[in-house]
Design a protein around this ligand. Structure first.
Ligand SMILES: Nc1ncnc2c1ncn2[C@@H]1O[C@H](COP(=O)(O)OP(=O)(O)OP(=O)(O)O)[C@@H](O)[C@H]1O
Ligand SMILES: [Mg+2]
Length: 341
């Protein structure tokens, strides 16, 4: 991916400056009392031209985190903390100010490409409408040309013809390309991609990941890529945050996470993916499931599933603690070596 991109400055502009910084984000669904906290004290940041992978099992809060950044959490809800973008806290913006940023400077590819496109409208009409939301001056013909260019940019086969087709006329991969074209139509600085390849077969998945990487190199956008698949993270992410039950369990560069994973949950996730270099006979699974948000265990939320947990893990919440430059772990038992149990 962007591993070969040059770090540093050009013409006084830092190509990899921090563009989005999330601080102590807390998202609570439902009205008080009895609301459930689905994102609980998350700190993350992403830089221009780089990809942050957010990985975790189903129900960990990945989508809620991204919807919180986009200001799209279903009401009634409360989003607290700071989401700094371009020097402003998005949580302080009025709905009108947020609408100017959403879909324009920060765009999102939603989970489930089959449902993110409206089935009764043509693909082209939907891209034109997405552009028109932020460009009321250009004529339909201009927007149409730009929409076709966007489809060409995402390598849509026969882009001009697809413009007039309905989503059901496209394959799953083409629908995902159309969703990406729509998200990129306003040239966002940050793209949040929520499971962009989950519904696709592996070859199409690889093509879409390649496409995102190429588009990132062309535009220098920051990408937040959400997935439950560490294989996807390994292919595209520069930095990775492992999320568990609404919190960050481990944060590191992609290389450090795979070379020196330290949180038992990360080790569990890594143990559940096949490796070509090892003659393993069976894959490991992490026993149990992510706890429901309404009944989170006290202390470390992972402790009921953790083979390393001790008494203190049931009582104390582990804070994210630096273990190396750019590598932080929230575990009272860390560092844990691979193979130890
Ligand atoms: N509208 C809602 N009302 C109440 N709880 C919700 C709602 N949407 C999600 N949740 C809960 O919030 C938690 C986080 O859900 P979220 O969709 O963010 O998980 P996720 O990590 O994106 O999972 P997946 O990988 O399946 O997409 C889950 O426990 C889920 O049950
Ligand atoms: Mg999700």
């Amino acid at each position: 991916m962007n591993a070969t991109a040059t770090c540093g400055t050009s013409a006084g502009v830092d190509r990899h400056e921090e563009i989005l910084s999330i601080k102590q984000l807390r998202t609570t669904l439902g009205s008080r009392p009895g609301g459930v906290t689905v994102v609980d004290g998350v700190d993350l940041s992403v830089r221009r031209g780089k990809t942050l992978g957010i990985v975790g099992e189903s129900g960990c809060g990945k989508s809620m985190l991204s919807l919180s950044v986009m200001g799209l959490v279903p009401p009634p809800c409360r989003v607290e903390g700071r989401i700094e973008f371009s020097g402003r806290n998005l949580l302080d913006l009025s709905p009108a100010e947020m609408r100017r940023i959403r879909g324009n400077r920060i765009a999102m590819i939603f989970q489930e490409p089959m449902t993110s496109l409206n089935p009764v409208l043509t693909v082209g009409f939907q891209i034109v409408e997405a552009m028109r939301a932020h460009d009321r001056k250009s004529s339909y013909e201009v927007l149409r040309r730009r929409a076709i260019e966007a489809l060409v940019q995402v390598r849509m086969p026969a882009a001009e013809r697809r413009f007039d087709e309905y989503p059901h006329q496209l394959s799953g991969g083409m629908r995902q390309r159309a969703a990406i074209a729509m998200a990129l139509s306003c040239k966002p600085e940050v793209l949040i991609a929520d499971e962009p390849t989950t519904a696709l077969d592996v070859t199409v998945q690889a093509e879409i990941l390649d496409l995102l990487r190429d588009l990132q190199q062309e535009t220098n956008m920051a990408i937040v890529l959400i997935t439950h698949d560490l294989g996807v993270v390994a292919q595209v992410a520069d930095e990775v945050a492992v999320m568990y039950a609404g919190r960050i369990a481990e944060k590191a560069t992609c290389d450090a996470l795979f070379a020196d994973p330290q949180h038992p949950y990360t080790l569990g996730l890594l143990g559940s993916i096949p490796r070509m270099d090892q003659a393993a006979t069976r894959l490991l699974a992490i026993d149990g499931v992510v706890p429901p948000v309404a009944s989170m265990p006290p202390g470390c939320r992972f402790h009921p599933r953790c083979v390393f947990s001790g008494q203190e893990c049931t009582r104390h919440r582990p804070e994210l603690t630096a273990v190396a430059d750019g590598h932080a772990v929230a575990c009272l038992k860390a560092p844990i070596e691979e193979g130890q149990s």
